[in-house]
Design a protein around this ligand. Structure first.
Ligand SMILES: C=C(O[C@@H]1C=C(C(=O)O)C=C[C@H]1O)C(=O)O
Length: 262
């Protein structure tokens, strides 16, 4: 145990928060890119592909994600435990030599996975909020944009494993009691920092404003009070974080901690 912890890079509350803050940029950018296209419903409709593929009853977005993940797996993406594929069955062999990624997680807890949950939430709840109704036929770029959103969200939410590990190392005795009692509520209380959550939500709203404004030369237009001018609604981004991204990250934290003594 000692050796393993000495080998790993320093995982601190500060370092994990820094990571999550940078992930906010990726998430906000990816939502802006997806919002460039309208809803494009056929991308999500399994009947759109019909029998044109060897896959049965697959939506274009699922086909796109499966095939891309297979390529990225070959290129070594999932050698890094920070990255978790949505369809692990399709992502077996890497064709590149192994890279020695730091091994910071507790082995028995590292497999916590809420990918199915993220997949459904993104398609059913998030997409309708960030896209306008309509169909412009750009289905492949739409699916490509979805993949980037899904990957960014999954990386952020599953990073809850690292957050939990950092918090656990900071106060193992406090956590051990709750873990042994399998007390989810107590764990949730221990790992929750309300003011941090408020800061995160406010910051992503601000990022959606800064990244999503039109940049004009010459006459500067101050659109700071009009949310309709932003490429993705900052209030929606605030809500997505508060309603889904943060709660799911905390869910990952709890599940990780429950297995931290296994
Ligand atoms: C990620 C953390 O744990 C919890 C989850 C947060 C989040 O998902 O942004 C923020 C604060 C905490 O309640 C953290 O403390 O930074």
């Amino acid at each position: 145990r000692r050796l393993q912890e000495e080998e790993s890079t320093a995982l601190t509350l500060e370092s994990v928060r820094k990571f999550l803050t940078r992930e906010e940029d990726s998430i906000v950018f990816s939502l802006i890119e997806r919002a460039k296209y309208p809803r494009n419903a056929p991308v999500y409709d399994p009947s759109y592909l019909g029998s044109a593929t060897k896959f049965h009853n697959l939506s274009l977005v699922e086909l796109f994600v499966r095939e891309t993940e297979a390529v990225q797996a070959k290129a070594g993406r999932y050698q890094n435990p920070v990255e978790i594929p949505f369809f692990p069955k399709d992502t077996t062999l890497a064709l590149v030599p192994p890279y020695n990624f730091p091994n910071e997680l507790h082995a028995a807890a590292a497999s916590v996975n809420v990918s199915n949950n993220i997949w459904r939430k993104y398609l059913d709840e998030w997409l309708p909020q960030i896209t306008s109704q309509g169909d412009d036929g750009n289905y492949a770029p739409t699916a490509a944009a979805d993949l980037v959103c899904l990957q960014a969200l999954s990386r952020r939410i599953h990073y809850g494993r690292y957050v939990a590990e950092a918090k656990y190392r900071g106060a193992p005795q406090d956590y051990n009691t709750a873990i042994r009692a399998k007390d989810r509520d107590a764990l949730m209380k221990l790992l929750t920092f309300k003011s941090q959550e408020d800061a995160v939500k406010t910051r992503v709203e601000e990022k959606a404003k800064v990244f999503g404004q039109d940049v004009t030369l010459g006459n500067r237009v101050d659109n700071s009070s009009d949310t309709t001018n932003y490429k993705v609604d900052p209030v929606v981004v605030y809500g997505l974080y508060g309603d889904w991204v943060i709660p799911m990250t905390k869910m990952v934290e709890v599940e990780y901690l429950l297995r931290r003594l296994d």
